[in-house]
Design a protein around this ligand. Structure first.
Ligand SMILES: [Ca+2]
Ligand SMILES: [Ca+2]
Ligand SMILES: [Ca+2]
Ligand SMILES: [Ca+2]
Length: 454
């Protein structure tokens, strides 16, 4: 591995005003197009399994089994209303005055559907329907949460004054996903990057150890660039702590692995060592928000090493509207993540190709920056762009899945994330495509209680 030190390639991602790209690899587009058409019967089989299993949620109670809501036409007298409700054998639980809706209990032996149908046939009835159970959502108390459109987009103002507002629901459905799980502190996400700021108030309690610094060859992966802290915050910032932002993997922990220098450049050899070290030191998920344009067998083998240990590797596709970078392009062993924006539209700069699996927000994403990053009068948070910001959303989701269902294999987790994604560009590219893969990830759908039969 002696000549690996000569292979110095750029980190792609450069959310924080640092963008170094490398060009020059020759690849044949047609060859890739052919590859894309290869039938993937295995994948199809698993899509069917997931789709059929997903009905479990709709079979769960969606409305109260013994109640209906009914409203009478405005001219119907109170006496007639009460007489009618008695006639149907119902018992009034309460009346919602402003809407003039009666919540009533139906007699035993009659289903909600039968009662609704009977009431709707009555000419005095204006409306009748089930008493649906609203799905509650988990909203954390982090002070900057409202700026995190990527997690919860209501079309709010999320940026500096004058920045665009997004489209409601162009988000990863974090608040409803967190109803299923907020993650297990035993689940560890390794961040192969520039290190993490150990002093940051919104992540310092989420870091499992000093990690490993391969660039400086020491045991404290201190972030001298900012990129790694930013990436780690998206995946697993301290959440519901009345400070800063929420992380996707609310309770999961991070393991810092420093492979870049302070400019954000890394040797392949260090990235390879970092992946193997993380795999051997407790990582359940590995996030790699960096990449180079040259393939490398050792890099591929490092990914395979992690994959063989059932570790989910998530990698950024790249930011220059070109082919997918390495290691994201190692198709079998990782999830390659493209970037969408606050309108659920693929960003113009996101890399594309048959290796893209899913997309996640990568435009104007709020996260943490090291405490030394800004002048002291600024909060240590920033908005950043890049597939670097997209990947850790997916890594966070993988960690939540691993927390909820530790028995799932790496392929199960990757497939759940793929097949539960929303095909948000179905108008132009129906189904899986090379721009956003299966679509923008959906935590709510991915974390639904389903059984996977193998
Ligand atoms: Ca160090
Ligand atoms: Ca926080
Ligand atoms: Ca892939
Ligand atoms: Ca599509």
């Amino acid at each position: 591995m002696g000549n690996l030190k000569k292979k110095r390639f750029a980190i792609l991602i450069v959310i924080l005003g640092l963008f170094v790209s490398a060009h020059g690899i020759q690849r044949v587009r047609e060859e890739r197009a052919r590859k894309r058409e290869t039938p993937q019967s295995q994948e199809r089989r698993e899509i069917l399994q997931l789709n059929s299993a997903r009905f479990m949620r709709t079979e769960a109670p969606r409305f109260a089994a013994d109640q209906v809501l009914v409203r009478f036409k405005p001219k119907v007298s109170t006496q007639l209303v009460e007489g009618t409700l008695q006639f149907y054998g119902t018992e009034t639980i309460k009346r919602i005055p402003r809407l003039d809706i009666y919540q009533v209990r139906i007699p035993a032996g009659i289903s909600v559907e039968e009662m609704v149908s009977a009431l709707r046939r009555n000419p005095d009835v204006d409306y009748a329907g089930p008493n649906y159970i609203a799905r509650i959502t988990a909203t954390p108390n982090d002070t900057l949460f409202r700026y995190q459109y990527a997690l919860n987009n209501t079309g709010q103002d999320f940026g500096a004054p004058g920045s665009p507002t997004g489209k409601a629901k162009a988000d990863i459905r974090a608040t409803s996903g967190w109803e299923e799980t907020t993650g297990d502190p035993a689940t560890i996400i390794a961040i192969i990057d520039s290190g993490i700021d150990f002093d940051h108030p919104d992540i310092k309690d989420k870091i499992v150890s000093g990690g490993r610094d391969f660039f400086n060859d020491d045991w404290e992966a201190v972030d001298d660039n900012g990129h790694g802290t930013f990436v780690a915050g998206i995946a697993a910032a301290d959440t519901n702590n009345n400070e800063g932002i929420a992380g996707v993997a609310w309770n999961c922990m991070v393991l810092p692995v420093k492979v870049t220098d302070e400019e954000g450049l890394a040797y392949y050899a260090d990235v390879i060592s970092g992946i193997i070290w993380a795999a051997d030191n407790g990582a359940h998920v590995i996030n790699i928000s960096l990449g180079g344009d040259a393939p490398d067998d050792d890099l591929r083998d490092a990914l395979r090493y992690a994959y063989d240990k059932d570790i989910v590797v998530v990698a950024s596709a790249g930011n220059d509207d070109d082919f997918v970078y390495y290691p994201a392009a190692y198709d079998a062993y990782c999830l390659a993540v493209a970037a969408t924006d606050y309108n659920d539209i693929r960003t113009s700069w996101s890399c594309y190709g048959p290796e893209v699996d899913v997309a996640a927000p990568g435009d104007s994403v709020l996260s943490i920056v090291p405490t030394w990053y800004w002048e002291p009068e600024y909060l240590p948070y920033a908005f950043g762009d890049g597939t670097s910001a997209s990947a850790p959303h997916v890594a966070g989701l993988a960690a939540l899945l691993k927390s909820l269902k530790p028995w799932l294999s790496v392929d199960d987790i990757m497939n759940v994330i793929r097949y539960s994604a929303d095909d948000v560009n179905s108008g132009e590219h129906s189904g899986r495509d090379d721009y956003i893969g299966y679509g923008r990830i959906n935590m709510d759908k991915a974390l639904v209680p389903i059984e996977i039969t193998r």
